[in-house]
Ligand binder design. Structure first.
Ligand code: CU
Length: 195
């Protein structure tokens, strides 16, 4: 910087004006913080009881208690509809190889991500003759997936509402099929991530 620049610089505002500006900004920030805390409390009040109070195994194919979550807080607004396609194949159809080298029954993919509050339409394409389920305690879901065949896979669509809060929710197949696959994530169990 040259001396010339210095002389042409605009005058520094009076000190009292500067202090007033800082004080106003501090007030605004604290107001925003208070609002954020209040909003968060309201949000958790509405989601926690529905999340943990869920009863299940009712065979409902449309919705579980998850659909009751988040009434009124508006966090899920505009989340829209999301579609998920899952292929189910048996070990004979070479669904997915386990670490020990043998093929197992599997949902492909077994894990997927949806947005908070979204209406999720999941279509299962079952190439296996056996029945499977998409069961999740935390999501309050228990979808029964009818059997199909390798030549004529059976497609079944279920709809549920994703929780308004972010998280990772375990699901598993409750229908006795492939015991190893039933206890391993990526085969007959997986995660629905809400993010
Ligand atoms: Cu299964």
């Amino acid at each position: 910087m040259s001396a010339n620049d210095h002389t042409q610089a605009p005058p520094v505002p009076p000190r009292s004006g500067f202090v007033l500006m800082v004080a106003t900004m501090a007030l605004l920030f604290s107001l925003v913080a208070v609002l954020a805390v209040a909003f968060r409390m309201q949000n958790s009040n509405s989601t926690v009881p529905a999340h943990y109070g869920s009863t299940m195994m009712n065979g409902s194919t449309v919705h579980g208690p998850a659909s009751m979550m988040g009434a009124g807080t508006g966090t899920g607004g505009g989340a829209g509809v999301e579609t998920v396609d899952v292929v189910i194949k048996s070990d004979e159809e070479h669904a997915r190889r386990g670490p020990e080298g043998t093929w197992h029954d599997a949902f492909l993919p077994a894990s997927f991500t949806v947005r908070p509050g979204a209406t999720v339409k999941v279509t299962f394409h079952n190439y296996d003759e056996g029945e499977h389920t998409f069961t999740s305690m935390p999501l309050g879901l228990n979808f029964k997936i009818p059997g199909g065949s390798a030549r004529h896979p059976k497609s079944t669509t279920f709809t549920f509402r994703a929780p308004d809060h972010r998280g990772t929710f375990l699901w598993y197949c409750a229908m006795p099929c492939d015991p190893w696959a039933m206890s391993h994530v990526g085969y007959m169990r997986g995660y629905v991530t809400v993010a």
